[in-house]
Design a protein. Structure first.
Length: 761
């Protein structure tokens, strides 16, 4: 929100009061409490009238400093904030001198200027990360609009800002206005299904605005050298998170707000859906599954979208028996074929649903301020919204899902959760509806995810969620929402994924082929490549089926090739998934996250890393031409094209043209890539029949590798050392069975269970 009119003037109706002096600084236990006056206090008369701001500095985690700003202490109801299950009371050091006061936590410090003027300076060691200076911290009164608190933190020359949730706008957020409020807007606009009030900068620090309600960001768009964030009300709460690298920031962020749970290995396989408004019944779905089998197209999960239930009755959690007369028997047959089953749900109960009257009678829905049920026709006619602040409503809602899980369903697509009213409604626990608007989606996914964990076990839980909020990474997986069936929408989807994973979300997916429209063959096939080289992979659309033979025959070949490729990569990919749950560093990584010192990577948004070893550049052209950048590698510095074996130098741009069975998929130098033996499913014994493929290992160098187990642990660790033409492999932890080493396409003899191997040409 812009409060100023250029550099010097204010918007009409705005009165601004800026922190001008740290008049008093007190040490209160492990906190610094600052009385910030909005004018210099020269004499006793200056202490009368006018706002003051109380600024409390503390630390919830080593390397994280919290800033709580308050005007009126009792004017607002208690605010809701971001869940922080990892918050602690770390040891801090405080000094309170004549000219400055400093609070230190880990390697991060904040300095309060007690001399003339106002400033908060955040340092990592001696390095200044950011600062709040002249007219940075302010309390604003805007006639007819309300009161606001804002902060403005400095940006350095060339410093880029990333993140702020799943944003489909340009990847670098400098120059953008970002409203932190969940909306059902699709991927082709500035709105977001997954707002996260966190930004990450190329300088190697992050800022988390600890507010549940809407926050407005001006990212170098009001003041070109500052990021402003503002919130209506009498207070503002934010945290600065140290690096020094962006990966370090994400590790601290997710240590604080929670790390992603590990999805089951089967969820990394191909998901196929009925699509949304297509005509389907049991015969249709069975025909799709049969044809996938006949064409040898590996399939892991089948998803039934909205119309598994009767029209006008979403959600009643009852199969439409006109289309699915014996769902229990159908689910048994699908399970016998090795398939997992997903069902579409949402948190809305239509008026025609048999559950509506029960929910209204028992008080399970969000209510109007007059005590009546809040209803709308926007989506399902007359629908109400389940109130997840009511424990009885949670039990009721979970009870219907529990029945479906007992029937043989494995997981749920938790759709919607963004169209939540923020005015004129009342929650069971008295929560402010403005504060609950964003948090609603988080509660919704938590309710469903925790039930699946309870019924299926911690290791077998997964949802497919569209909306969430900060800390929602704890309940994976998330997908990008409604995109169009064209290259432009494919590219904007990637930007959204990069922005979300830059906020600590480990796993992310999207609708292969696009949701709206019927994808041209080129778009569909290129999106297959992108989709199968994402953490999770789903064929889904709106009004057209997404089975490949309805696009063209070559699509079947492409789908088979890239599904099988992903299965071969699972020993590596699942190890990266485990790493993501342990460190907070996502599977899909922006180029700048993986190569922060390479200035060419700062703005790249059409390529990405899968872990540190694989670089993917999706193709967004009809012709198959693609421009991409390979960073300077270590050692020999040559990257290897995984599909052809061709090596090319790093530290430069490349231009290539690829057919539909290829794309720029490069292996980083000095890599040992675990290559699985199975092509037909994602969940198998990764330690059996494994090939350790060595890529561009420098002479005299040693590199390490990890191999996952399907149970969700690291099954084996080891190293490969090169000395001239000789490669020595040592398994330092765990065991492998029937494994071999491959160098330059040449494989060693198979080792039954040995823990070392010497290879030479």
């Amino acid at each position: 929100m812009k409060f100023t009119d250029g550099q010097w003037m204010l918007q009409p109706g705005v009165t601004a009061h800026y922190a001008a002096q740290a008049y008093d600084v007190e040490v209160a236990g492990d906190q610094l409490v600052v009385l910030a006056t909005t004018r210099p206090i020269r004499h006793r008369g200056d202490t009368l009238q006018g706002p003051t701001l109380t600024v409390t500095l503390s630390s919830p985690l080593p390397g994280v400093i919290r800033v709580q700003v308050q005007h009126y202490a009792e004017a607002d109801a208690p605010r809701l904030h971001i869940p922080m299950p990892g918050a602690t009371r770390p040891t801090v050091t405080i000094e309170n001198g004549t000219d400055r006061a400093v609070l230190r936590s880990g390697g991060l410090s904040v300095e309060v200027n007690k001399a003339e003027g106002w400033s908060l300076i955040f340092r990592e060691g001696d390095r200044v990360l950011t600062r709040s200076d002249w007219r940075g911290l302010g309390y604003v009164q805007w006639a007819d609009k309300g009161n606001f608190v804002h902060e403005q933190l400095s940006l350095g020359v060339g410093e880029n800002v990333y993140g702020l949730g799943e944003r489909f706008t340009p990847w670098v957020k400098n120059g953008q206005v970002v409203e932190n409020s969940n909306r059902d807007g699709g991927t082709a606009c500035e709105q977001a299904y997954k707002s996260v009030p966190f930004y990450l900068t190329s300088k190697g620090y992050g800022v988390l605005v600890n507010e549940a309600g809407p926050v407005s960001f001006e990212v170098a768009s009001e003041k070109v050298a500052r990021v402003q964030f503002s919130r209506e009300g009498e207070s503002l709460d934010y945290m600065v998170i140290q690096g020094p690298t962006q990966k370090d920031v994400l590790q601290r962020l997710t240590a604080l707000t929670g790390r992603a749970a590990l999805p089951p290995a089967w969820s990394f396989g191909l998901w196929l859906t009925t699509s949304f408004t297509t005509n389907y019944d049991e015969a249709t779905t069975t025909s799709f599954i049969d044809e996938m089998k006949r064409r040898e197209l590996p399939l892991s999960v089948f998803h039934f979208d909205c119309f598994w239930m009767r029209e006008f009755q979403w959600c009643d959690f009852e199969w439409d028996r006109r289309q699915f007369p014996e769902p229990e028997a159908m689910l048994r047959r699908l399970a016998e074929r090795g398939l997992k089953i997903s069902l579409w749900i949402n948190p809305y109960i239509a008026q025609k649903s048999p559950l509506f009257a029960e929910g209204a009678r028992e008080g399970y829905f969000i209510k109007r301020s007059n005590g009546r049920v809040w209803q709308t026709d926007l989506w399902q006619p007359g629908m109400a919204i389940v109130d997840f602040t009511n424990p009885a409503a949670i039990t009721w809602y979970q009870g219907h899902l529990r029945r479906l899980l007992a029937m043989g369903v494995d997981c749920f697509k938790t759709d919607f959760g963004e169209r939540i009213p923020d005015t004129g409604v009342v929650y069971h626990d008295g929560s402010d509806p403005v504060e609950m608007h964003n948090l609603y989606a988080l509660r919704y996914n938590e309710v469903v995810y925790q039930l699946i964990q309870e019924v299926r076990g911690v290791d077998d839980a997964v949802v497919f969620a569209r909306s969430t909020y900060a800390s929602g990474q704890r309940f994976p997986v998330h997908w990008g929402g409604d995109c169009w069936s064209n290259f432009e929408s494919m590219a904007e989807s990637l930007r959204g994924g990069l922005s979300l994973t830059s906020c600590g979300f480990a796993f992310w997916s999207h609708d292969i082929g696009g949701f709206e429209g019927n994808p041209p063959p080129a778009v569909y096939k290129r999106w297959i490549q992108f989709g199968l080289l994402s953490s999770h992979s789903r064929l889904h659309g709106s009004s057209f089926y997404r089975v490949p033979w309805l696009v063209d025959e070559e699509s079947c070949v492409v789908l088979q090739a890239f599904t099988r490729l992903k299965h071969r990569l699972m020993p590596y990919l699942y190890a990266k998934a485990i790493e993501a749950t342990q460190t907070g560093v996502p599977m899909m990584r922006s180029m700048v996250l993986e190569h922060p010192q390479d200035p060419a990577c700062a703005s790249l948004d059409r390529q990405y890393h899968l872990g540190e070893s694989l670089l993917v550049a999706p193709i967004f052209t009809e012709s198959g031409e693609v421009d991409f950048y390979l960073p300077q590698g270590t050692g020999e510095g040559r990257w290897t094209h995984l599909l052809s074996g061709q090596t090319v130098p790093g530290g430069r741009w490349h231009q290539e043209a690829h057919d539909f069975l290829s794309l720029p998929l490069y292996v980083a130098p000095n890599t040992v890539l675990p290559w699985g033996a199975e092509t037909e499913r994602p969940d198998y014994d990764y330690t059996k029949g494994l090939t350790l493929r060595v890529f561009a290992l420098a002479d005299g160098a040693t590199t390490s590798f990890e191999v996952a187990s399907v149970q969700g642990q690291i099954a084996a660790r080891g190293t490969v050392h090169r000395q001239g033409p000789c490669y020595t492999t040592s398994i330092t932890e765990g065991t492998l069975q029937d494994w071999c080493l491959e160098v330059d396409g040449q494989r060693s003899s198979v080792q039954a269970s040995a823990n070392s191997l010497v290879w030479q040409p």
